[in-house]
Ligand binder design. Structure first.
Ligand code: 26M
Length: 822
């Protein structure tokens, strides 16, 4: 137990508010008498920050001194959420802090709630990166994250008249968790041209010249592990006009305004997180972000390596770089450029180093998400990189041709360059060719990668280049922090909190499944968590929800493939059924609260239409006196990490209902089950492995299988299809304007009725409805439901992020933890 390991004098100092008062009075220049909740937050955060800094410095010194191999996790997104609560739990002083704040008249929850989420991500991919950081620190891996310091994180969502409205998320003011490193800067070049020259050895070399320079400035964020001294670093780059450029030339020419405009243009690079999730649109600024961040990170990594004076051949023994999706693929090209153009290595020697260094994680098979950049765009922005890409491609295709001399099509299929108009650079292919390992994020997903998207590459490189590492979640945030009472109950039975560091120990919980007192406690905790969510719903939407009702939750980015439309159509079906019931029949209905949350990409009209429909249905259903408590529909605005921490522990059932074969893994499915909720889901992503672990009697699976999808889509295409009759009844209600103007939703209904139902909503509708009836029935037997809940939690050990981190470390990175036993 981390809490217990804190020495008494330190505890005493905190109890006496020593650090808190010092920060409030001096750092914040406030008196304790005008200390409001925000100041209390800042004072507490600064006090905890001091503790992190000390361990952070020691960790960095230790890592430099031992000079073991390090991992660099490159991600354009880190969806961190709040830091204070996590820091208090990791350091082990939350209880002391609670008492201290309470003496001064503050509730710790209110203080924690003052913090703004660090929302530098869209969804699953960004949150996975954050869970990685937590786990790598907890397991003592020498690891750094590299990302961008966006001035604006993912937009804040408001719902106005049922429509999503996006508000900029300016989050940086008074952020105590970052440290500007103004001395750590890198000049990043764009545009310009390539000149050939002969170097002193008579070798023809290339030099990239005359570009525009933008400066990258490092901002560091300490990442504490749970119950360890390791505090790793997350380095985020911020862009600024390079000082040399800005000031003098234009200023002297009297052109102040245009000098300022240049400055602003440079700062634009790190200004905003692109709010697309699983959608690629080839915007130049996005490519600039990618290169800016890759180049700054690579410069930093190479600089650190060069200080050790090792031979270049040792680079892959010292450095492992993981690419979180294809967004950082330019790092591969940048390292090759540094090695051949700057360091004078031969091509083959350099390329060998590069491929040994990189690993690439793929997160999706959706074709619209696969990154491609137009050749003319890249030619203009990164002329030298494009040359290198062409060269990589040439050597690669030559080797393929040699191996498969009779296969004429394979060359055009696997070429990094797509021969379209304009030509496009296929980033996933470049990432595969430049890495030694490629992994998917759940078994089905990894299998699909090998059998579809990357089939040719399996033929070329053999199956060993491809592997699976099923995603996980950190139990520190997603159990201990989000659900402290459940965590405490488990700790009480298991004799301590060791399970937070080895989640497989949860299996010991199963022995208590018949323990009456334990079961009662378990049920009370779920109820408390539901009440907490009910209060949030009341405060934010004004609706009262019945805490005895079945809480049915779907929270995630809004996307057609995730099928929130299937859910809301199911809700309409339920509503129409209730309306048609006699009073007697109504008595048998299990009351439900259908809870939705999630953001739509601002340009994704269909997703916005789904949000609009959900809100209009809520409007009608929640006011209908014939329905009363039997059904309520809630849309929780601005779903984010800190809301997930309230929502996950409060669900009875959650929905993970993507069209089979489309969801890479899903990670919220794991969060819900770990918090004692059951799930309804398709045979997709990690749902399949969750089923394997917890048993099929503990999950509600429905729908067509991935292997049937292609055939079903074909049938739609050839008109061999009849709309499911129950779905037809739902559409009829929509077309009778029951939920507002039908015209608002015609795109949605016609995508199913007329345009091929790509996501197979109609095909799965009947099975979905029937399975929900089974959910109702199961919920009526509370004793059995409770047993399912407890058993499932007990069997979730596999989904710890620590298992994931160790698998990457062993099978991809070849890194060892750094011993910290001082
Ligand atoms: C791409 C180009 C331009 C702008 C944005 C993007 C982009 C951003 C985020 C594309 C994809 C992005 O994220 C995809 C994502 O979150 N994938 C999810 O990754 C999770 C972690 O592995 C999986 O659990 C989910 O199944 C998968 O959808």
């Amino acid at each position: 137990n981390v809490e217990a390991s804190i020495p008494e004098p330190l505890r005493e100092a905190w109890r006496e508010h020593k650090y808190f008062v010092r920060h409030v009075e001096t750092t914040l220049a406030r008196s304790l008498y005008n200390c409001d909740e925000l100041a209390a937050y800042s004072g507490t955060a600064l006090a905890f920050r001091d503790r992190l800094i000390i361990e952070w410095n020691k960790t960095q010194q230790r890592q430099t001194f031992t000079d073991q191999k390090r991992v660099y996790y490159l991600s354009l997104e880190f969806l961190m959420g709040r830091t204070l609560d996590n820091a208090m739990l990791n350091v082990g002083l939350k209880d002391v802090a609670r008492d201290g704040l309470s003496d001064l008249g503050f509730r710790i929850e209110d203080v924690i709630n003052q913090e703004h989420d660090a929302a530098l991500g869209n969804g699953g991919l960004g949150r996975l990166a954050a869970c990685f950081l937590d786990s790598m620190a907890t397991l003592n891996y020498p690891a750094w994250g590299y990302g961008l310091r966006y001035r604006y994180g993912i937009f804040k969502q408001e719902i106005v008249n049922g429509y999503q409205v996006e508000i900029p998320d300016y989050w940086l003011d008074n952020n105590p968790w970052e440290f500007p490193r103004h001395e750590i800067t890198v000049d990043i070049q764009f545009y310009g041209n390539v000149k050939k020259y002969q170097d002193e050895n008579g070798r023809i070399s290339n030099s990239w010249e005359d570009g525009e320079i933008v400066q990258a400035i490092a901002y560091d964020v300490p990442i504490p592990g749970y119950g360890t001294k390791t505090t790793n670093n997350l380095r985020l780059w911020s862009s600024k006009a390079s000082s040399g450029e800005f000031d003098f030339q234009k200023f002297n020419a009297g052109d102040y305004e245009s000098a300022v405009a240049d400055q602003q243009r440079a700062e634009t690079i790190s200004a905003v997180l692109y709010p697309n999730d699983n959608l690629e649109r080839g915007k130049e600024l996005r490519l600039k972000q990618q290169y800016f961040w890759c180049a700054a990170s690579l410069f930093d990594i190479v600089r650190r390596f060069k200080k050790t004076k090792r031979a270049w051949a040792e680079f892959p023994d010292q450095v492992a770089i993981q690419l979180n999706d294809t967004h950082p693929t330019l790092a591969i090209v940048e390292l090759q450029r540094i090695l051949i153009d700057k360091e004078g290595l031969e091509w083959d020697e350099a390329w060998n180093i590069v491929t040994k260094t990189f690993g690439y994680t793929n997160h999706t098979v959706l074709p619209e998400a696969l990154e491609k950049w137009s050749v003319p765009l890249m030619q203009n922005l990164l002329p030298r990189h494009l040359q290198i890409i062409y060269e990589v491609n040439l050597f690669f295709l030559q080797s393929v041709e040699k191996r498969f001399p009779n296969d004429r099509d394979i060359l055009s299929r696997v070429s990094i360059i797509e021969e379209s108009h304009p030509k496009m650079v296929r980033m996933a292919y470049l990432a595969i060719i430049g890495s030694h390992k490629v992994n998917g994020v759940a078994e089905l997903h990894s299998d699909l990668l090998k059998s579809t998207l990357f089939k040719d590459f399996v033929k070329i490189y053999g199956p060993d280049r491809f592997t699976n590492v099923t995603n996980g979640i950190t139990p520190r945030r997603w159990l201990h922090q989000a659900n402290p009472r459940l965590s405490a109950l488990i700790a009480e039975k298991l004799g301590g909190y060791d399970f937070l560091k080895d989640l497989t120990l949860l299996d010991k919980v199963e022995a208590f499944v018949d323990d009456k007192a334990f079961r009662e406690e378990w049920a009370v905790i779920k109820r408390e968590n539901k009440l907490r969510l009910a209060r949030h719903i009341k405060a934010t939407t004004g609706f009262d929800v019945n805490p005895n009702a079945l809480f049915d939750v779907q929270v995630k980015r809004i996307h057609e493939y995730k099928r929130q439309q299937l859910n809301i159509f199911g809700v309409i079906h339920r509503y129409l059924s209730i309306k048609a019931m006699s009073a007697e029949e109504k008595k048998k209905v299990v009351p439900r609260v259908s809870i939705f949350g999630g953001k739509a990409a601002p340009g994704y009209w269909m997703a916005k239409t789904i949000i609009h429909l959900i809100n209009n249905v809520a409007d009608v259903v929640n006011k209908d006196p014939e329905v009363g408590d039997l059904l309520k529909v809630i849309f929780i605005a601005d779903y984010n990490v800190s809301k997930a921490e309230i929502i996950c522990p409060a669900s009875d059932i959650s929905e993970h209902i993507s069209t089979a074969g489309t969801e890479g893994s899903g990670t919220s499915n794991m969060k819900f089950v770990l918090n004692g909720g059951l799930i309804i889901g398709t045979c997709d992503g990690a749902n399949i492995e969750i089923t394997r672990e917890i048993g099929e009697q503990n999950i509600f699976l429905f729908g067509n299988l991935a292997e049937d999808v292609e055939d079903l889509r074909h049938r739609h295409f050839y008109g061999d299809f009849k709309l499911d009759p129950q779905l037809e009844r739902v559409f009829d209600a929509i077309k009778d304007n029951v939920f507002g103007d039908k015209a608002d939703f015609s795109a949605l209904t016609s995508s199913i009725e007329e345009h091929g139902d790509y996501y197979l909503v109609s095909d799965d509708f009947n099975s979905y409805i029937t399975t929900h009836e089974m959910v109702d029935e199961a919920f009526q037997n509370q004793e059995e439901w409770l047993a399912k809940s407890i058993t499932s939690v007990a069997r979730m050990g596999f989904f710890s992020m620590d298992r994931v981190t160790n698998e990457y470390a062993d099978s991809i990175w070849n890194v060892e933890p750094l011993d910290v036993t001082d």
